[in-house]
Design a binder for this molecule. Structure first.
Ligand SMILES: [Zn+2]
Ligand SMILES: [Zn+2]
Length: 113
């Protein structure tokens, strides 16, 4: 499973088994799956491509600013009361996106130095 994928990621992955597949077919399929709630919509990529999420339960995301990979995290429930107390007790409705550098990239950077 790809976890988080753009239509283009899916095309590349699926073309191995279905060489005839077109990006239009993928677009249509993912749109339909998202409408039916079978897949969710995650945060877009840095270049603005829509990214789908295989995990449909509400969760937060960690996005690596070096490789652009997205990881599922679950921090909102743990920190929401703290956050709200700093924010006039506004009701926080969306999920959180945290940016940083993922373990793989930290590892790679260490190898290169
Ligand atoms: Zn990374
Ligand atoms: Zn996700």
């Amino acid at each position: 499973m790809l976890g988080h994928a753009t239509n283009y990621d899916l095309l590349l992955a699926l073309r191995r088994s279905f060489p005839e597949l077109s990006i239009t077919t993928i677009h249509r399929a993912t749109k339909r799956l998202a409408l039916r709630g079978i897949i969710a919509i995650a945060l877009p990529t840095k270049d603005g491509s829509m990214r789908y999420d295989a995990n449909i339960t509400p969760h937060d995301h960690f996005e690596c600013s070096l490789c652009g990979k997205v990881y599922d995290i679950n921090i909102k429930d743990k920190i929401i009361t703290t956050l709200q107390s700093y924010m006039n007790n506004y009701d926080i409705s969306g999920r959180l996106i945290i940016n940083g550098v993922c373990k793989e990239c930290i590892h790679k950077n260490k190898e290169n130095t």
